[in-house]
Design a protein around this ligand. Structure first.
Ligand code: ZN
Length: 365
């Protein structure tokens, strides 16, 4: 398994390099071809999307289970030079090892385990790997939703939460707004009064926007980027902020969007433009999700592992499938830490039980 994870990590696949992602997708395709029906589909300006129907024991299949993952990483080409794959301190390290190349490897080993031990899987099992998950999944979303609608459950191969690897039964919804203020430029010395500063106006708006946060309801609003002005001696004609929003409940999204659209300038000489909205709906902890989690928890205890559940503010493609009402269990991939960070690594001692858990789920759902 370590050798396969190494091959996956050493085949770099940043979202914005379509050729690199497709190379990785072809590596996965070559790996599963002996025991799956593989297809790759165009992913627009991204790499290709992979789907593979696994050839699993058991003569009668009823319904479908979708195993969902992504082939892209946040790491640019060449990261391996400063962050090579390595095995040290009882961990595997490298760009994308946790998020989520190990999770893909675990799934492939789970399938092979069922085949070698001739353990039947009651459902058809389809793997889908998206090339654009780290950048919003615009190109793959429709196919994810189509395949999810044909499935009775979705198993997401994203990493678990924390160094104990909690499963994910809820994820916040994610959105993005851009707020642009148009003011009036003037000479800061000669003609100060004729100007209307877009920067001052935006600063006042940002105070207001930051107050949209309601942590007790699981709503956060983060002005993460600001830009504006040209020179210190010019009253700024334009300024802009980019804001990340997160909601725990879908029903909170329209009211929040309305508050953004209702922003009006304090200084009437300025104008405000608001663009954006919710991108990923929240994955809400539905009865179907809880049932799937309880099943996994029971299977985990057979393996001597105590599985807990968690809520995360981060989104995944599981948000889309859960929002369609399809029971979705997320965080089934590797256990480790440092996703999107220089210390990205997985715990070797948790490779076997995660793989066995996936195999048991495929044999049960
Ligand atoms: Zn991921």
């Amino acid at each position: 398994m370590t050798a396969l994870i190494r091959r996956f990590v050493e085949c770099e696949s940043p979202s914005d390099d379509a050729a690199a992602v497709t190379r990785f997708v072809e590596l996965v395709a070559d790996t599963v071809t002996p025991y799956a029906k593989v297809k790759t589909l165009p992913g627009g300006r991204f790499g290709r999307i992979l789907t593979a129907e696994m050839n699993l024991p058991g003569r009668k299949k009823s319904g479908q289970v979708l195993a969902l993952g992504h082939s892209d990483t946040v790491w640019p080409m060449g990261t391996l030079r400063s962050m090579p794959f390595r095995e040290a301190d009882a961990r595997l390290w490298g760009p994308g090892v946790l998020d989520m190349k190990a999770g893909i490897a675990f799934f492939l080993y789970a399938v092979q385990g069922l085949r070698e031990l001739d353990i039947p899987a009651p459902s058809r099992v389809v793997l889908q790997l998206n090339p654009d998950e780290e950048v919003g999944s615009d190109a793959s979303r429709a196919l994810t939703e189509k395949n999810a609608k044909q499935s009775k459950a979705v198993l997401v191969l994203e990493p678990g939460t924390g160094l104990v690897g909690k499963l994910k039964t809820a994820r916040k919804g994610v959105g993005h707004f851009a707020v642009t203020v148009k003011g009036r430029a003037s000479h800061a010395g000669v003609d100060f009064g004729a100007g209307a500063s877009a920067i001052v106006e935006l600063a006042r708006q940002i105070e207001k926007i930051a107050d949209f946060t309601q942590e007790s309801r699981g709503i956060t609003v983060n002005p993460g980027v600001i830009a504006g002005g040209t020179r210190s001696n010019v009253v700024a004609a334009e300024a802009r902020a980019e804001i990340d929003i997160r909601v725990l409940r879908l029903k909170d999204a329209p009211a929040l969007e309305k508050r953004f659209r209702a922003l009006r300038p304090f200084d009437r000489r300025c104008a405000i433009e608001v663009a954006g909205g919710l991108n990923r709906p929240p994955m809400e902890r539905s009865p179907g999700i809880v049932k799937l989690f309880r099943l996994a928890q029971g299977l985990g205890s057979e393996l001597g592992v105590n599985l807990e559940e968690s809520l995360t503010g981060g989104g995944s493609d599981g948000n889309f499938t859960a929002a369609l009402g399809i029971p979705t269990l997320d965080g089934l991939g590797a256990v480790g830490e440092g996703a999107h960070a220089a210390n990205e690594s997985i715990l070797k001692e948790r490779m076997a039980d995660r793989t066995a858990l996936l195999a048991k789920l495929l044999a049960s759902v």
